[in-house]
Design a protein around this ligand. Structure first.
Ligand code: GTP
Ligand code: MG
Length: 321
């Protein structure tokens, strides 16, 4: 069970140094979050008073659409406005391929010496939801470090791009002009989750076509909540169109602030996190009780079919609560 625990001098030191702006300490604390170390709840509790909410931008889309290139340009623009940015690239691939991560690192190397920028890749493997639980905690660490924005990059395959809705305040969906990404064949999921569409690689042929296709689909859909996603063209490689993206993000932010949507989202997120913590603590309690002879007996009765699993589960829960 979680009880407020004492931190080691080392861990307390990391907190103090991170709050003083030390990036290496931020990196170590992120590793603590990633490894689910047992000191994490206490670390986050201590950071509580210093935590502010970064504005969270999710960026997703098919592999190679230009998400990292756009992120790089967003960083450049926001730094120009003296805003601090934390980036988290969630990589669904195995740790052994590493290609995308390496690519991100190289491109984002521009910001390596800048204290107002921090970039980290994590793997989404092994988490049921796709987007790892650590994502929320890393955003909290970014908030404690003083980041104004957190950018979460996920590849739009599988479940992760849908989970981004639960994490981000504004979701950017990046598409490219090439056929095959045509709106007809596009997964309904991506269509639903976008707050802003970006047609990147607009230097190539077909950008106008795909953007009018998207607009058409949008006009057929009934818009909930009064926000119509704009469709923006960029050539991120040349830095073109990024101003429009920033403007779109800030418009969406104001819209959500004024309508109360932003507050709603944050409350829902906190509630979801709370439910997760409850589940985690119950799991932990069950794990602790597995050796208990009484509980072992219940498992044996379920195994033999003497009682059904639901009945057995209720019995186990009654033993631990
Ligand atoms: N022609 C053109 N190429 C671009 C543009 N933006 C990015 N690219 C190129 O597209 C390739 C993929 O760009 P990334 O930014 O790595 O794309 P990504 O979506 O982050 O890729 P993954 O993270 O691997 O899914 C790179 O070779 C970029 O140089 C653009 O505006 N025009
Ligand atoms: Mg990328």
């Amino acid at each position: 069970m979680y009880l407020p625990m004492a931190l080691s001098d080392y861990e307390s030191g990391l907190i103090d140094k991170m709050l003083a702006g030390d990036r290496a300490s931020l990196a170590r604390l992120i590793s603590v979050a990633e490894s689910r170390h047992k000191s994490l709840p206490e670390i986050l509790r201590r950071l509580g008073p210093f935590m502010r909410d970064p504005y969270i931008i999710g960026i997703t889309g098919p592999p190679g659409a230009g998400k990292s290139t756009i992120t790089n340009e967003l960083i450049r623009s926001y730094r120009g406005m003296d805003k601090k940015i934390g980036v988290l690239a969630v990589d669904p691939s195995s740790p052994f391929t590493g290609g995308a991560i390496l690519g991100d690192r190289i491109r984002m190397h521009d910001h390596a010496m800048d204290d107002g920028v921090f970039i980290r890749s994590i793997s989404s493997r092994g988490t049921h939801g796709g987007l790892s639980r650590a994502t929320n905690e890393i955003i909290k660490l970014y908030g404690s470090y003083g980041m104004d924005y957190a950018i979460i990059e996920t590849v739009g395959v599988g479940q992760t791009e849908l989970d981004i809705v639960g994490v981000a305040d504004t979701v950017l969906v990046v598409l490219v002009p090439e056929a095959g990404d045509s709106v007809q064949t596009m997964k309904a999921g991506l269509m639903e989750i976008a707050d802003i569409f970006i047609v990147n690689k607009a230097d190539r042929e077909g950008a106008a076509l795909i953007s009018s296709e998207i607009k058409q689909v949008l006009s057929l859909k009934r818009q909930g909540g009064g926000w119509t996603p704009p469709v923006l063209l960029t050539s991120a490689l040349r830095g073109e169109g990024i101003g429009g993206v920033i403007e779109g993000i800030e418009k969406h932010r104001s819209f959500q602030t004024e309508s109360g949507m932003l507050k709603n989202k944050k409350e829902k997120r906190t509630e979801g996190e709370f439910s997760e913590i409850i589940k985690e603590l119950i799991d932990e309690k069950i794990a602790l009780k597995l050796g208990d002879p009484e509980v072992k007996k219940i498992y044996a009765r379920v195994r033999s079919g003497e009682i059904d699993p639901y009945e057995g589960a209720l019995l186990v829960i009654s033993k631990i609560i």
